[in-house]
Design a protein around this ligand. Structure first.
Ligand code: SF4
Length: 183
């Protein structure tokens, strides 16, 4: 099986979920969110194909990473390949985060998406909405997006958010740190 990626695996992200993470940048997205930070990942024929086995080999060599993060693009457009990768990642002790423009509730409507969710620890769901953008959110760009504890949600049959990431940080990162110099 192959997966279309936008770039090589990024082994050292600290902004795409908790800890040090390897990001799998998938290619292809049709959500067309105005203000998308990554429009080069939209074309379903862009990027390049790589075998899932090669990705597994790369993951097997990781030493310090907490987990993997699927981003893009929208990984759910290649859900079968992502399922195989997520399953493998968990089998070697890596946790799995996934960003998607779909909502969690949308994903539950399809068997293949539900199968993928079995191997996802945290889902960051929903389109990026420019008018809801905030720089004071952890691991997400706009207020509508949710950081969901997938396994608790599946167990309870309702959407359970990761409580520590609900709401916004109070520090306004837009205020320059040296502002007092000019007062
Ligand atoms: S879902 Fe993500 S990659 Fe796709 S258009 Fe929206 S912000 Fe961009």
């Amino acid at each position: 099986m192959q997966i279309r990626l936008a770039s090589e695996l990024q082994p050292d992200s600290i902004v795409d979920g908790e800890g040090i993470r390897t990001v799998i940048w998938t290619q292809g997205c049709s959500h067309n969110c105005p203000g998308c930070h990554n429009p080069g990942t939209h074309d379903f024929n862009g990027g390049f194909l790589v075998s899932v086995d090669d990705i597994k080999k790369e993951l097997s060599l990781l030493e310090a990473q907490s987990g993997i993060t699927f981003s893009g693009g929208d990984p759910l457009f290649q859900v079968e390949a992502c399922t195989e990768i997520a399953k493998y990642a968990q089998s070697i002790g890596l946790n799995v985060w996934c960003y998607t423009g779909f909502t969690y509730e949308d994903l539950l409507k399809t068997d293949k998406n539900k199968e993928f969710l079995k191997y996802v620890d945290v889902l960051v769901d929903g389109k990026f909405i420019l008018s809801e953008r905030s720089l004071n959110l952890d691991f997400r760009g706009s207020r509508n997006q949710r950081i969901i504890d997938v396994q608790k949600s599946l167990e309870k049959g309702e959407t359970v958010l990761v409580s520590k990431y609900v709401g916004e940080r109070t520090v306004n990162v837009n205020v320059p740190r040296y502002e007092h110099v000019y007062i």
